[in-house]
Design a protein around this ligand. Structure first.
Ligand SMILES: Cc1cc2nc3c(=O)[nH]c(=O)nc-3n(C[C@H](O)[C@H](O)[C@H](O)COP(=O)(O)O)c2cc1C
Length: 155
């Protein structure tokens, strides 16, 4: 049995909605036990207790929110081999995609012990306070399903 955690930062609610949908997709795989966690109330130790770590953040000025940044920075000095990281972000259209790459970069910075990230997704919101564009939540669920499929392939 594999355990997964989907951590999100709750600003206006889009990232939380996306996180819950990723978790639903993951939970369709009976081999994966999934929890969803608010970054405000989860510890680094709790996050590191899971093999699959999904981190979702709103895109704030092209990178993750400060709380997500701090979480990733706190994991830098840790041997993360064997854990799988998946990142997603929420942007308004023009700069979508950038926070996902930044999140990976923050985690990898001067850390030789990170497994390759195998997935990432950028979700688009209509406006800074949402809503998420139609169809985007099904992409989040598909991301969750894909993680399970990837596990099946690499088992
Ligand atoms: C301080 C701040 C900076 C932001 N910077 C960007 C940005 O550079 N690019 C972008 O596409 N959206 C930007 N946004 C919009 C957020 O990406 C959007 O509010 C968020 O993804 C919605 O998710 P949430 O409901 O979980 O907060 C910014 C929002 C805030 C509050």
């Amino acid at each position: 049995m594999t355990t997964a955690i989907v951590v999100y930062d709750p600003w206006y609610g889009c990232t939380q909605a996306a996180a819950e949908e990723v978790a639903r997709g993951l939970s369709e795989d009976s081999r994966v036990v999934t929890v969803v966690a608010n970054v405000k109330s989860v510890t680094v130790r709790q996050v590191l207790g899971h093999e699959i770590i999904v981190v979702g953040s709103p895109n704030h000025r092209g990178g993750p929110s400060p709380r997500i940044r701090r979480l990733l920075e706190a994991m830098r000095a840790v041997d993360l081999r064997g854990r799988r990281f998946v990142f997603f972000d929420i942007s308004v259209a023009p700069s979508h995609g950038r926070a996902v790459g930044r999140m990976e970069g923050i985690l990898r910075h001067e850390n030789p012990f990170v497994s390759p990230s195998f997935m990432g997704l950028s979700v688009i919101a209509a406006r800074p306070r949402g809503p998420i564009l139609p169809g985007e939540l099904s992409r989040c669920r598909e991301l969750g399903r894909s993680i399970g499929n990837h596990l099946a392939l690499s088992a």
